[in-house]
Design a protein around this ligand. Structure first.
Ligand code: NAP
Length: 400
């Protein structure tokens, strides 16, 4: 390293406001540079070798933060942070050529790592500012189960449930699209605490019913899934430990002229129920279109099938895709999107259009290919459009 470059260094940091403390980065780091205390996950600058292995697996993007500093912040300082420090002004001459080289490498690696995962997430410019990380494992919010209702037909392979958690006097502010963590009581088979599991909030910011201090979750019973079964079995009056809220970018635009295209499979519909309810309640005359492309195995397994039928088409254009109706061809959301090419292409030409994809990881590629075809048919380049939509906070993916 040149003498000039040695005067400053680029430090890898984790944003404590966005991090969900899931431990993925610590598990991934091959050189043991990432550690945590009860407050924060941090990067030890003396160990980090910029390998970027941790960037792609991070579910929130909180790992992808960098500061040019004259001397590195120690891990003890980082443990005490509630937000990242601002970038100090450092004379460009002092950076020599070294940092530029790291930047280019980092950008290439990050771009590759995030290809298909929605890219670097940016919130919609009109989205409300979310609160994040108010409660953690050591200090969870205690909620009472106010209701636990089955959303699917008896014939469904696994029931999907609508679970309402009431926070009583505890302030637990959420925005549509945010997630919460559930802390199961007890220890796992190895005597370790159960990992925190994340669930999207399925209700709007002012509660399941307006001005109630509760949230709804959409949870599918899952054979081996300990936490999903725990939630599905909860009874009215049970107490649940909740962490979060989490997520600062998968948020709806608060602009009534925004067109919102929502594409989901199964329980990935949870955030879109929140989006739809918020707009229905607060902006019923909104000029922006709202479209929902929703995939499920059969109508009997589509969460909120009944209530969705009652949402007027003027508020929400609904396109259901069923994959397992006996004797019928398998249809996926991307097939329904292709059928609506003229409508989608028209909306994609507008700078007021936002796309949200939520659900199975496997759908990402098919949805992307459909958007590519739809754009090509209209002489538009989807990859370029997707990039600008990402940068403008108008393209969001949350898949598991
Ligand atoms: P599911 O019932 O297994 O599948 C829903 C539909 O998606 C089925 O019709 C399925 O078709 C179809 N599908 C499968 N592969 C696809 C592909 N490549 N492209 C398009 N569609 C495809 O779904 P689920 O069990 O509810 O899972 C939903 C996912 O959402 C989970 O991974 C969950 O973690 C995630 N999620 C949940 C929440 C929440 O808060 N609960 C929030 C966000 C995301 P087949 O008949 O071919 O299987």
């Amino acid at each position: 390293m040149s003498a000039a470059a040695a005067e400053v260094l680029k430090q890898h940091l984790i944003d404590p406001e966005v991090c969900i403390r899931c431990n993925t980065c610590e598990e991934t780091c091959p050189v043991g540079a990432i550690t945590h205390d009860s407050n924060n996950y941090v990067v030890d600058a003396s160990k980090c070798n910029f390998c970027m292995d941790c960037i792609s697996p991070c579910p929130t993007g909180s790992i992808d933060n960098w500061r040019v500093v004259k001397s590195a912040w120690g891990i003890d300082e980082q443990f005490g942070w509630s937000e990242l420090p601002v970038q100090e002004a450092i004379a460009p001459a002092a950076t020599g050529g070294q940092l530029e080289a790291i930047d280019v490498e980092a950008q290439a690696l990050i771009a590759e790592a995030q290809n298909g995962a929605g890219g670097r997430a940016v919130a919609a410019s009109s989205a409300a500012k979310p609160s994040v990380n108010l409660f953690n494992r050591d200090r969870p919010a205690m909620a009472i189960v106010a209701g636990n209702f089955c959303l699917t037909d008896e014939s469904a392979d696994n029931d999907v449930r609508h679970i309402i958690l009431d926070f009583g006097d505890t302030r637990f502010p959420v925005l549509e699209g945010q997630s919460v963590g559930i802390v199961m009581a007890g220890l796992d088979g190895n005597g370790a605490p159960h990992p925190i599991r994340l669930y999207s909030v399925a209700s709007p910011r002012h509660g399941e019913r307006p001005n109630t201090n509760n949230i709804a979750l959409t949870v599918k019973r899952d054979g081996p899934g300990l936490c999903s079964n725990y939630l599905c079995d909860l009874k009215k009056g049970d107490r649940v430990a909740v962490t979060g809220p989490f997520g600062a970018t998968f948020l709806m635009p608060n602009d009534s002229s925004a067109n919102i295209i929502m594409i989901c499979t199964g329980t990935g519909s949870a955030p879109f129920r929140g989006f739809t309810e918020w707009r229905r309640r607060m902006m019923p005359e909104a000029q922006g279109r709202m479209l929902l492309f929703f995939g499920a195995r059969r109508p009997e397994e589509l969460p909120y099938f009944g209530p969705l039928q009652k949402v007027p088409e003027t508020l929400l254009g609904k396109y259901f895709a069923y994959s397992r109706i006996a004797g019928e061809r398998k249809i996926y959301v991307q097939d329904r999107m292709r059928e609506q090419s003229p409508l989608l292409a028209g909306l994609l030409k507008s700078g007021a259009t936002h796309i949200y994809v939520c659900g199975l990881k496997g759908m990402e590629q098919g949805v992307d290919a459909a958007l590519d075809d739809i754009c090509r048919g209209e002489g538009m380049a989807w990859r370029e459009l997707r990039e600008s939509m990402r940068n403008e906070g108008r393209y969001h993916v949350e898949t598991y």
